[in-house]
Design a protein around this ligand. Structure first.
Ligand code: ZN
Length: 295
């Protein structure tokens, strides 16, 4: 009996596993969306501004030295506050993708409000990055039932916020049980909470107090173990780091060493998410239509 799930996808160069180092440049938008009162704290705002001000530049240096193509998800509001950061990411050759406008969870918004957040984010990124984003990641990875159709209608090619697989698939969602999805499918590139630096490093009093702050060695051991599993079973390993966390010196140093290790591994294709989506679209991916579960 096969207990290892469906056959793994065949990645370029005979790789059994794809890997992507992605960065969510949340900046100030993330804390303001979670709690508008944080606007009154210069300290909290400064904690978030470290990402676009300092962390991104350090990470861009690491990506250049390790020749690693990457994807940066930037909320429109943060992009407006730090246009030079967006331009630097683009100039370094990386992908800029959509991460909401105000970093508000789509599930807390009406359909019209979700569409407005999408459209404002597209307009901002198109103006500052010089091209229209093709990828989307929901703030707090909290995708709504309506969002796949909204993304498809706006020409997005992929989405990366869901957790029900190890590898990309064609995504459609039905917003309510009595209607059918009218959108074309888009590629879903799944993520998971173990592959996020927030749970390892984030400690911000009165905002998020996960604690204790982990060492880079602890975080990277977890990320490496998931990658080893993906190499064994096949899949698409997607790491999500935040420049205000992983851009700090010791963490960045450890990340650079880890990225170099990943490049040296056999059977791993390192790519941006848009390149993964483009390649995955040429494969015979499963198609999944999500339906709400009623009671
Ligand atoms: Zn975010």
């Amino acid at each position: 009996m096969d207990d290892e799930g469906p056959s793994p996808l065949a990645w370029p160069g005979g790789a059994g596993c794809a890997a992507s180092f992605t960065f969510d440049v949340d900046g100030e938008a993330a804390v303001l969306a979670a709690n508008p009162a944080t606007a009154g704290s210069l300290s909290v705002i400064s904690h978030q501004a470290y990402g676009p001000r300092v962390g991104v530049r350090r990470l861009l240096g690491i990506l250049e030295r390790t020749q690693t193509p990457s994807t940066f998800f930037v909320p429109g509001f943060t992009a407006e506050l730090h246009p030079g950061t967006v331009r630097d990411i683009v100039a370094a050759g990386h992908e800029i993708a959509h991460h909401g406008y105000d970093h508000i969870r789509p599930t807390t918004l009406s359909v019209a409000e979700q569409a407005d957040q999408l459209d404002r984010g597209i307009d901002t990124l198109e103006r500052l990055a010089g091209s229209r984003p093709v990828g989307y990641r929901a703030p707090m990875w909290d995708l709504s039932w309506q969002m796949p159709d909204l993304l498809a209608a706006r020409g997005f090619t992929y989405e990366s916020s869901l957790m029900d697989d190890d590898a990309p698939y064609w995504l459609q969602a039905v917003a309510d049980a009595d209607s059918a999805s009218t959108g074309r499918p888009i590629i879903e590139i799944p993520i998971q909470w173990a592959l996020d630096d927030w749970e390892q490093y984030c400690y911000l009093p009165d905002v998020t107090e996960l604690g204790p702050i982990q060492t880079p060695g602890h975080a990277i051991e977890l990320w490496r173990s998931e990658l080893e599993g993906m190499r064994r079973f096949g899949g698409c390993w997607v790491l999500t780091n935040h420049p205000f966390l992983s851009g700090r010196p010791g963490r960045a140093l450890a990340l650079e060493s880890f990225i170099a290790d990943v490049h040296a591994m056999d059977g791993v294709w390192v790519a941006s998410l848009s390149d993964i989506a483009r390649y995955a679209a040429t494969l015979d991916l499963p198609r999944r239509v999500h339906h709400p579960i009623g009671r």
